[in-house]
Design a protein around this ligand. Sequence first.
Ligand SMILES: O=C(O)C(=O)C[C@@H](O)[C@H](O)[C@H](O)COP(=O)(O)O
Ligand SMILES: [Zn+2]
Length: 480
Amino acid sequence: MTIQVKSSKNEYPIHIGKALLKHLDELIPSHYTSVFIVADQTVASLYLNQVISGINRKNVHTTVIASGETSKSIHTFYNLHTEAIKAGLDRKSLIIALGGGMVGDLAGFVASTFMRGIDFVQLPTTILAHDSSVGGKVAINHEAGKNLIGNFHSPAMVIYDVATLQSLPEKEIRSGFAELMKEAMIANNGFYDQLLSTKLHKLDYSFLTDFLTEGMRIKAKIVEQDEKENGARKFLNFGHTLGHALEAELGYGKMTHGEAVANGMLFAATVSERLYGCDLRFKELLGWMRQNDYPILHENMDCDSLLLRMKTDKKNISGHVQMVLLKKNWLSCDEGTGGSYTLGVFERIFGGDESEMTRGIRGATTVNKNNYTEIIFHTKELLREMTIKNNVSPEDISHMFISATNDITAAFPAKAAREFPGWGHVPVMCMREMEVPGSLEKCIRIMMVVNTEKPQTEMNHIFHRDAKELRPDLIAEKER
Ligand SMILES: O=C(O)C(=O)C[C@@H](O)[C@H](O)[C@H](O)COP(=O)(O)O
Ligand SMILES: [Zn+2]
């Protein structure tokens, strides 16, 4: 199976199939003056000899680097240049990246800078690398952030021998499937259903090639449309803003790239659902991750420092976090306008579900006359103070009941809530208050039920105007 990808510089094939390493000589053009293979220790011990004999050429040089994300550094990058110079590579030489995403990104970046750029071929050997080997993003990490030093440099070819995927550790399978899941969520087709029903412990390898082909097709289509990430390609960063922050925060290599991205996707999916009211099937995604043993972050995470990391992501503009959210088109969430909202969601997800509960906030006010303007004005005044004093945003409100005494008929007080921006999705219900002889007249009472981690004693109940007489105990308590 071959997929062709058009880039601004070239058109390159992605060959996917079994035992392709044996046919490298037929697949890789013979005009290169020399070949420089970069592999990490783990992959080299498994496949380097096979690749050397598959290429079957004279000027073949090899270099083996330490396994793990820490090799994606300026130090290894420089050493590889030194090795390439010593091996006598020229501008007509070829670099081969044999391995996972780390080797592909690193060797690709060396190829993009060696003598101002030479060809390179990707030989991915992990599931994750189905994603990173396509599209020409090459980079190394800076300690301040992932892939901060990099380039766009399309490969001359991708040769994906799926036989190399048979013995991957579970962590690596999870890592790769997170990126497949990302592509499936972006494509929004039946692929998402298929993946959600896939059990990684019992992975059926006969389906794997089809999954990878589908993932690479989705990716190829996007990068052809937008090679330099000015538009549609941003979709491919779904889950990566928090994902990259997690990788850096925990220390590169502690959590695989895909595992971190999976947590990032959970976060981005829930923010997308809450902001846009779309259904990305967050709960099913979370269930699938739990079932397949993805590490899911919770109370140990320091939300503030993660947010700081997110603020140094290279996609940010003027210090504002740009995070990909899914709706129908990619959208960005600007930290400047959505920061506290976003951080609230973030803490809720990773702060552990158990600590959160719903609590009620009471409020009441009165009107002088049964008149539309007065009802709306005083209800708004009350709602405003209830939300400010309790630091509540509309998305924190589970639901709200508003009662009015029998003498209020000129307007539904709930209308006041609808006039606040962002309150469109807050469920509100108006009702009649019990008629008890001698009770307060022209009174509007509110019960706002909010999701919160605060203890009951910290809820601030608000009583305005004549309604202050309803709960003098609470008012006195706050004044003490
Ligand atoms: O190819 C892309 O575009 C992607 O964003 C794919 C990502 O899965 C991949 O991890 C990529 O290397 C991240 O790029 P970055 O620009 O966010 O560093
Ligand atoms: Zn990625």
